[in-house]
Design a protein around this ligand. Structure first.
Ligand code: CU
Length: 273
């Protein structure tokens, strides 16, 4: 309870929430990547103090003006209309604030934009209304549908659980190529600080490097039709070994092409020739 009150009063965002949305949540989900930690830092230690200071200052000015320049105290109204010094100040100070903010802001923006060499590549395709995933280097392809409320197992969050989850290794660069097949969707995973539009006929790219294991949840974040709220994204961040085990299983279960069969066909064609 105390924590809840503290959260509401002091807008303590990142430390209280976990890998998914929570009741009464304010602010961001707990970060699981450097990119998201940078965003949280920018919000908590730059935007929030600046906004609070400006709001308090403007409130003080309003109250001070109401009291100091009230009609009963100023029988004859002042005719002052200009004060060059103050005008210069209220132009310069906001400019300086913007310049100070721009430095960390651009740093975060460019770190998201520059994709390092990827260890794992995933293609995410938005459909009305589910996500299709492909691991192009591993010959894996599968669809990921939301699990209905009545089919949820113990501990599975409502509206966020999917039948086939993505698996990625921890501390590895994961590149996500995002596109759509019908209308605009958006692939968003708050804990990784990732959100990109899925545009039909175009591939957008983003990346993340998860720094802890766990199950992370996101949702389609572009209004895409009647079941927009029912196409969640679930990512399991696992250790390297667990990832390799999953790959072996997935290569059989979700094989894009039956490689053995294809090899036989190639062999036969060669024989005929
Ligand atoms: Cu969508």
């Amino acid at each position: 309870m105390l924590k809840k009150i503290a959260t509401i009063l002091f807008l303590l965002p990142s430390s209280v929430s976990a890998n998914e949305l929570k009741d009464w949540q304010l602010g961001f989900q707990k970060s699981a990547s450097q990119g998201m930690s940078d965003i949280v830092w920018f919000h908590d230690y730059m935007l929030l103090p600046i906004i609070t200071a400006i709001t308090a200052f403007v409130l003080f000015l309003l109250l001070y003006t109401c009291v100091r320049y009230r009609a009963s105290r100023n029988k004859v109204a002042s005719t002052t209309s200009h004060n060059t010094f103050i005008e210069v100040l209220w132009t310069l100070i906001p400019c300086l604030i913007l310049i100070v903010m721009a430095v960390p802001s651009f740093k975060v923006l460019y770190s998201q934009d520059t994709i390092p060499k990827a260890d794992v590549t995933i293609k995410a395709v938005g459909y009305q209304w589910y996500w299709g995933y492909e691991y192009p280097d591993e010959n894996i392809i599968f669809d990921s549908y939301m699990v209905d409320e009545k089919d949820l197992k113990e501990g599975q969050p409502r509206l966020l659980t999917v039948d086939n989850e993505i698996y990625v290794p921890v501390n590895k660069v994961v590149k996500v190529m995002i596109t759509a097949n019908d209308v605009l969707h958006a692939w968003a995973l708050p804990s990784f600080g990732v959100k990109r539009d899925a545009v039909p006929g175009r591939i957008n790219e983003t990346w993340f490097k998860a720094d802890r294991t766990g199950t992370f949840y996101g949702q389609c974040s572009e209004l895409c039709g009647i079941k927009h709220a029912f196409m969640p994204i679930t990512v399991n961040v696992v250790t390297e070994d667990e990832y390799k085990k999953w790959l072996e299983k997935a290569k059989v279960e979700f094989a894009k092409e039956d490689i053995e069969k294809n090899l036989k066909i190639v062999k036969k064609v060669k024989e005929i020739k």
